[in-house]
Design a protein around this ligand. Sequence first.
Ligand code: NDP
Length: 247
Amino acid sequence: MNLLTDKVALITGASRGIGREIALAMAREGCAIAFTYLHSAESAQCLCNEIEQLGVPCQCYQSNAADFAQAHDIVNRVQSQFGHIDILVNNAGITQDGLLLRMSEQQWDEVLQTNLKSAFNFIHAVAPVMMRQRSGSIVSMSSVVGLHGNAGQANYAASKAGIVALTQSTAQELGSRGIRANAIAPGFIATDMTNRLSEDTLKQFVQRISLRRAGQAKEVAQVAVFLASDMSSYISGQVIQVDGAMQ
Ligand code: NDP
């Protein structure tokens, strides 16, 4: 299949984990890839090489997604380098867990800025480009904890709930210009983010998943490809849970 032939995708935070798999999955569908990273320069360059070997152009940019000016600069650079931007994936995210009463202001601010403000920054920058094209698909990474909350993750859960409201508002504001906006709410996916958890916590999580296993980043990437492609041309303002029926 070539679901994304001739399209250009901009993905935030694709040097590792889910973002990396989204970049690869979209490239396999014929999409040119632009992606950002913050620290992992070596992994980013490896991914770029891997994507170019698939026969599509790729460019990576070191940039802090939480910074409004940097996000606008990246969108300008991608636009002038690739000519158009058809897909935006707001994927960059971090955790800084702790119980609410012990959470510092810094823990709150850093998580909200990296996970939620980053999505605003990039939607704000890319919307005029997509409006001129009269088409575009925006996919943002929420989380099941953004739908239900999670003890010890008030900052992270609030940021991911914010992604849902931002997605719905974007879909309503930009739908008349041919732009769709959707969110993915993954459950427990095996990446560096979840590798940090203890054996006990991992076991407890798996007990809550009906499919009795952690999800793979690839399984989230497949949904991102669907939402980015014309296969989902009448789907907007939605949140798709990819969680193996987590209870
Ligand atoms: P990882 O920790 O494996 O990867 C995070 C990626 O985000 C890295 O590429 C990192 O780049 C990048 N990043 C972090 N901060 C910034 C920043 N300020 N600017 C630009 N890039 C940044 O996370 P996952 O792959 O697990 O998670 C991806 C997304 O999915 C996140 O939004 C996360 O909240 C969400 N999610 C994950 C779940 C899971 O179970 N794993 C469950 C639900 C949601 P670098 O390496 O260069 O720092």
